[in-house]
Design a protein around this ligand. Structure first.
Ligand SMILES: [Zn+2]
Length: 191
């Protein structure tokens, strides 16, 4: 991710640290590219680097707009992965603040998206690409199941199905003509 609002670094005190920083920055995007490619291979279509609704300065790595699912591939270093997110020891205090700020911003982005009705899925960059893609597909299935439930409630076909099952359980002991009249009334008033 480019364009972080990074406070001025107090000075790279060692070659190793600066090498690590630049490689961490590069690695930040490689897993995301792999995941995009894998999702595409699985037939999924999405937008990349889409602006967060209501916050033009932040972006969603992989956005499924119709389903309102935001996927982030979080770099282990920059986003503070519990397994690999250790801060460098030199300038430790500065880094600790910097990484804490990143974490706070991530949490705030999640909040903004959730309030806008989006689902948020964050995946560490260390997750293997197939597992990451599986997680995305699972989240999509959830989103689809949720939205089909919502549209079922509005669709006429679903109303008929509900009425039929209610009639089936109750109507067996009643006269069919009375039952059908009663149940269609119940179905109408119930929805
Ligand atoms: Zn990690």
């Amino acid at each position: 991710m480019a364009g972080f609002a990074v406070p001025t670094h107090p000075g790279s005190s060692s070659e190793a640290v600066s090498r690590r920083m630049s490689s961490a920055r590069r690695r930040d995007t490689a897993p995301e590219m792999l995941l995009r490619r894998e999702l595409h291979r699985r037939g999924l279509r999405f937008r990349v680097v889409m602006k967060v609704p209501g916050n033009n300065r932040r972006t969603i790595d992989i956005a499924f707009t119709r389903r309102r699912l935001a996927v982030f591939v979080d770099g282990c270093f920059w986003h503070g992965c519990p397994d690999h997110g250790t801060a460098p020891r030199s300038n430790g205090e500065w880094w600790a603040r910097k990484l804490a700020a990143n974490a706070a911003r991530d949490a705030d982005t999640d909040r903004v998206l959730t309030e806008a009705g989006w689902g948020v899925l964050r995946i560490w960059e260390h997750v293997r690409v197939h597992d990451a893609a599986d997680r995305v597909q699972a989240a999509i299935s959830d989103a689809d199941a949720h939205s089909s439930r919502e549209s079922d409630a509005l669709a006429p076909a679903a109303g008929l199905a509900t009425g039929a099952s209610a009639g089936g359980s109750d109507g067996a002991s009643s006269a069919p003509s009375v039952a059908s009249g009663r149940f269609s009334t119940a179905a109408n008033s119930g929805t």
